[in-house]
Design a protein around this ligand. Sequence first.
Ligand code: SDX
Length: 393
Amino acid sequence: QAGVFTHDPGFTSTSSCESAITFIDGDKGELLHRGYPIDQLAEKSHYLEVCYLLLYGELPTAAELEHFETTITRHTMIHEQMHNFFRGFRRDAHPMATMVGVVGAMSAFYHDSTDITDERQREIASHRLIAKMPTIAAMAYKYSIGQPFVYPRNDLDYASNFLRMCFAVPAEEYVVDPVLSRAMDRIFTLHADHEQNASTSTVRLASSSGANPFACIAAGIACLWGPAHGGANQACLEMLKEIGTVDRIPEYIARAKDKNDPFRLMGFGHRVYKNFDPRAKVMKQSADEVLDLLGVENNPLLQVAKELERIALQDDYFAEKKLFPNVDFYSGIILEAMGFPTSMFTPIFAVSRTVGWISQWKEQLADPAMKIGRPRQLYMGATLRDYVEIEDR
Ligand code: SDX
């Protein structure tokens, strides 16, 4: 049965779990959210509708969707006193550091949605987190560049609101470009959930101790930050910039194959996909659209990325290791073309993945058999021995 893992009942751990939310077939390169293929959702749906699907298991009716979108829209502002948290950070703090701090601090403000035994409070916490993450990420960005915070608006859709909160300035009205907004929404949709990846497993493990939802999501943000996981989109673009020109690609391909060289091709490989990451295919199409719109279709980074992909996919080493471009390979190019600094790539991933974390958090709490996550170990250390006084050592 799709997505069902059996686990040793005596093994009280969250190292494997049963879930009905997302199914991945790594060999086929298939990704389903509640049974719907990601390429259909990316083309036909939009992020908040996908949020509803992940949270409640079914596509919403028009009335259900309108109610859900209105609820989320009306929760986008954060408590005014939380603005002070941002000012406690240095301006050059990485926005992921700010997000870990501010999201964790939501536990200190939203007391009416921290009791995980109360279904109503769990629902309110879910809506608050999905609604406020774009605002917090945008504020972290504005703070890092010394610009004033921009408040969310209720007349804009989720992606447009985020773009405006990031790029609007008081001196002039910010006009959202519908193509950029569509590309932003598609990036949110493509990163929404991905089964039991490292950060989702972190959220599940944290939730298994009964920690409040804001603390659990802060833990997920911290884990996502790593360059082997959500930090790969930033690392990938920095790698493409370091390569710089097409003629230097062979040097980096050789380094990626050299076992003595820790260098990895960022944006390539995956723990599960041993075929093309289906999200990368959609992302590549979006990259072409956005860069054409921005008139930067000749973006040198895109040329390096496409040539790197072409060479790597022809190389026997990568074929043997089943290394294909993943979701992070093209997302950075789109985000850079949209005007985001590389430091904002992973925060955008965190905004998107919040619904995946929350959906899996709710699923775990609804499981009466949920046990405290307690991974066991294979002990490889010293055998029993007596203490030795310092003069005898
Ligand atoms: C994400 O889990 C998820 O679902 C994550 C994610 C999500 O949506 O949540 O999909 C998002 O994190 C995508 C991955 C982003 N990370 C990167 O792009 C960083 C670069 N990629 C790697 O660090 C690596 O591919 C991992 C960490 C993603 C996977 O590493 P594994 O588990 O070692 O991969 P593997 O077992 O398939 O590796 C097979 C071989 C190994 O060599 P050998 O031990 O067989 O000699 O390929 C090598 C690896 O060392 N290898 C690479 C490589 N990735 C794996 N060699 C060069 N470049 C790479 N990128």
